[in-house]
Design a protein around this ligand. Structure first.
Ligand code: FE2
Length: 194
């Protein structure tokens, strides 16, 4: 297992947010971070097995790293066959790269006047592809595109995503409720052994 890939990615992201953060230059972080994540997920030789275990139903969200100043976090999401999230937002920038399998991201558009939400574009992402989320327009529902296999995606967010108050939406009424997603794992990868 080539854990050095993850270690280098963390180092590069730390440099990136350290440089761009002072200007709150989200566009620069997302643009460069996207290329870094593309590089990471085009190789599938670095994710520890303990972070790739699939639950029997639904999905596991394993924290791989959280920046000590909570400027970014990295999560591996392991999807059981047919699993999907609620419709939700993120409150911060996000990058989602596919490591194994495939997933769909169905966007929703919020009408601020009526509070209703309507379906927007739908993307199907395969291995090595990265989706960008910006808090200005990031309501979506994600699902494992494989009905008979696991998928794994690597997520990078502009904060400690598992601890943030976010919103989930009833797709029929648009009604929003707050949630805090937490993390599935108790132990994080050893970046120096493997
Ligand atoms: Fe999401």
């Amino acid at each position: 297992m080539n854990i050095a890939r993850l270690r280098r990615f963390i180092a590069d992201m730390t440099s990136l947010v350290g440089g761009a953060w002072q200007d709150r230059d989200e566009a620069a972080i997302v643009e460069v971070g996207r290329t870094l994540l593309v590089d990471l997920v085009k190789h599938d030789d670095w994710l520890p097995d303990s972070m790739a275990k699939c639950p029997p139903h639904g999905f596991a969200a394993n924290l791989l790293w959280c920046d000590p100043f909570e400027r970014f976090s990295i999560v591996s999401v392991v999807w059981a066959a047919g699993a999907e999230t609620p419709v939700h937002d993120h409150q911060v920038w996000g990058l989602v790269g596919i490591l194994r399998g495939s997933e769909t991201s169905q966007r929703f558009v919020l009408d601020p006047a009526s509070g209703a939400i309507a379906k927007g574009s739908r993307a199907i992402l395969g291995p090595g592809e990265v989706e960008v989320l910006s808090p200005a327009n990031d309501i979506h529902q994600v699902a494992n595109a494989l009905g008979d296999g696991n998928s794994i995606s690597i997520h990078v967010y502009g904060g400690n995503i598992g601890a943030m108050r976010r919103r989930r939406f009833d797709p029929a009424s648009g009604a929003a409720s707050e949630f805090v997603s937490g993390y599935s794992n108790r132990e994080m990868p050893n970046l120096w052994v493997g």
